[in-house]
Design a protein around this ligand. Structure first.
Ligand code: SF4
Ligand code: SF4
Length: 356
């Protein structure tokens, strides 16, 4: 049977109020809200945006969804987890302040923000799944203990996985720091000394102190590298490379299995909303404004994260008339979808139900 994916065209030029109404309608189409019991803990998993980023989902677009949730429970909350890399999102104190600056404060949204894996990413629960690459996922405790999960996903490209959408927000985004480390553990970037300008930017950003300067260029000490990918993102000369398809396939499969570990806790109590607005080459971890790869498309929702991400990617490729994800990074991003279907996270077959 095909999974249902609900789609409403939307554009930021229409204004926040209309975008919020459309997001609310897409969410309501899932039928999830009517099952939320009074006093249920509802985790709204979102990326609040790195400092300087402008692409993240705006709190104003979520007013309708928040209103619906507040009609059912007083215990809905926004949540995300600490990052591996250095920045405003690597501990709960800095991150909640950053979230507030981006409009996610109790005063503005009516919902609290809880960083789900604790002060510095130490607080998780193991969920046994026994899959090909992950035996037990280390899931951020405040998410693992919630009664319902609603993932609000900004669809973008991604330096390590090609595509970043619902599966990534759930798999990588709901993992504690130890869980993120496990997913990155086999990624081993290399630096091409001929392309390296020895600017030392990557040394400043590397959270593991794994980069040194030697013989006129930067070098990665493989034994120290935790595979976070930060050096890939910050190097402006393209000197840092990974074995794209090989490393990416492994990280995508682990990410999908982590997503399965999260989804398995909720199943029919999980819903996913994808925002195809301001679609950029890199994700919202980038500490800067980024140009769009393709114009705004709209908002999609489903209870099947695989079908939802497949439908989102299909719409983006159709609109841009090329595979913008593959063009941005030489990565087969469809690994995450195929592996998701293989392990039972969702289906590649979907029915797109469009409304206005
Ligand atoms: S950021 Fe790039 S160019 Fe600069 S030192 Fe690192 S690898 Fe070399
Ligand atoms: S070398 Fe690069 S991938 Fe490895 S830990 Fe440092 S920043 Fe992360």
């Amino acid at each position: 049977m095909k999974s249902k994916v609900y789609f409403i065209q939307a554009n930021r030029r229409e204004g926040d109020k209309l975008v919020a109404e459309k997001a609310e309608r897409a969410f309501l189409a899932l039928g999830l809200h009517s099952r939320i019991e009074k006093d249920a803990f509802v985790a709204l998993k979102i990326h609040f945006g790195e400092k300087g980023n402008t692409g993240f989902i705006k709190p104003e677009w979520l007013k309708g969804i928040i209103r619906q949730l507040q009609g059912r429970t007083d215990r809905a909350f926004f949540t995300d987890t600490n990052t591996l890399y250095v920045g405003m999102r690597s501990n709960a104190v800095d991150y909640t302040q950053l979230a507030a600056r981006h409009g996610f404060s109790l005063e503005k949204t009516g919902l609290p923000v809880i960083i789900a894996d604790g002060l510095v990413g130490e607080n998780d629960e193991e969920v046994k799944i026994g899959l090909k690459r992950v035996n037990a996922g280390k899931i951020a405790a405040a998410i693992a203990r919630a009664d319902f999960l609603i993932c609000l996903n900004h669809v973008t490209g991604h330096v390590q996985t090609g595509l970043g959408a619902a599966i990534k927000n759930m798999g990588m985004g709901c993992a504690s720091r130890a869980g993120k480390l496990e997913q990155h553990s086999e990624v081993q970037p290399r630096i091409n000394p001929k392309a390296c300008k020895n600017c030392s930017i990557c040394l400043d950003y590397c959270p593991a102190g794994a980069i040194i300067q030697k013989e006129g260029s930067a070098h990665i000490i493989q034994d120290k590298c935790i595979g976070c990918g930060e050096c890939l993102v910050v190097c402006k000369t393209g000197a840092v490379r990974m074995r794209w398809d090989e490393d990416s396939a492994r990280i995508q499969e682990k990410m999908v299995e982590y997503a399965y570990a999260v989804w398995d806790k909720f199943r029919e109590k999980a819903g996913f909303v994808n925002f195809l607005l301001k679609i950029t080459k890199d994700c919202d971890c980038m500490a800067k404004d980024q140009p769009e790869m393709v114009g705004d498309i709209g908002i999609l929702a489903s209870t099947d994260p695989v079908a939802l991400d497949k439908a989102s990617a299909d719409l983006i490729i159709e609109r841009s008339r090329k595979d913008v994800f593959r063009k941005s990074y030489d990565i087969d991003w469809s690994v995450q979808l195929r592996h998701g279907a293989r392990i039972g996270l969702g289906s590649l077959d979907y029915e797109l139900i469009e409304s206005s």
